[in-house]
Design a protein around this ligand. Structure first.
Ligand code: KMH
Ligand code: ZN
Length: 279
């Protein structure tokens, strides 16, 4: 902690791929095992400590097939020290049982979305029973959840979840405010500030601004003592008219801003300590 009460370092998560963009439209998107491993290495080198993974199949389509998932988890672990966080959100079309089965790949951590939200023209469905099942299975399997918050009401759901079903594995609550999704809360400093009083006591938070909200959300998160998530899952334009070159470019910018805020990027071992993940 700093004298301001803020965490001394900034946890930077990279979300390199996502499930929404097509490789054909975004050639720089890492989709093969080799591309994901190279991205993971490059991003750790410039300040990432956690990688949030969505997996693609041999045709570059999003997949929750455990063969592909396990292969990427093993390859990233072999090549880096990053905390491996698998998405249980998948794509909007993925069935709940396949999203739950991702936990069989035994990641260090996994995302856990806290409510249903319009997702552009689609619906990202996260009913209460699925939320409870993910939370409970992660407790039983020793996987640390990152609670994904797309709207203010999702923080009320988090309070209810913890109250009824107990703390997550590792005991620490970490939430990611996913802002600027068309259908969710806007990616503004005001919306971020509005969320803060509703975080559980002792929780930490990161924030992610989708698309053009990336920079304002990053700056607001840093100034509020939060952590950062960046990557091509969320942002494909570095500046107006300038496509993102690669994920490391986004992580390097986040790390630079974190240093300016005098909360430099956390090491992977500090990230594990913060999140309650055993080394
Ligand atoms: N792809 C989105 C529908 C997560 O990874 O947990 C959901 C998502 C959230 O990306
Ligand atoms: Zn995701």
């Amino acid at each position: 902690m700093t004298p301001t009460g803020f965490p001394a370092g900034t946890l930077i998560t990279v979300a390199p791929t996502g499930a929404e963009s097509a490789k054909a439209d975004v050639p720089a998107l890492p989709v093969t095992v080799e591309e994901v491993v190279a991205t993971a290495r490059d991003c750790q080198a410039v300040g990432a400590a956690v990688i949030h993974l969505h997996i693609r199949d041999a045709e570059t389509r999003p997949t929750l097939d455990l063969g592909y998932v396990r292969e990427v988890v093993a390859a990233v672990r072999e090549a880096t020290d990053l905390v491996v966080q698998l998405s249980t959100g998948g794509a909007v079309t993925d069935p709940f049982d396949a999203r739950l089965a991702v936990l069989d790949a035994a990641p260090d951590a996994a995302s856990l979305s806290l409510g249903t939200v319009n997702f552009g023209r689609d619906v990202f469905s996260n009913p209460w029973d699925l939320i409870v099942e993910l939370h409970t299975q992660m407790q039983q399997r020793g996987i640390v959840p990152e609670y994904e918050v797309f709207d203010l009401g999702h923080l009320a759901t988090l309070a209810r979840l913890l109250d009824r079903h107990g703390p997550p594995h590792g005991g620490h609550v970490h939430a990611d405010l996913v802002m600027g999704v068309p259908g969710g809360m806007p990616g503004t400093a005001q919306a971020l500030t509005a969320c803060l009083p509703f975080l559980p006591a002792g929780a930490t938070f990161a924030a992610t601004g989708v698309g053009r909200t990336s920079l304002p959300v990053m700056l607001a998160a840093l100034s509020a003592g939060g952590h950062l998530r960046v990557g091509m899952e969320d942002t494909l334009t570095y500046a107006p008219g300038e496509p993102v070159r690669d994920n490391a470019q986004l992580v390097a910018r986040a790390a630079g801003l974190a240093r300016i805020a005098q909360r430099p990027p956390m090491s992977t071992s500090d990230a594990r300590t913060l999140l309650g993940i055993s080394p």
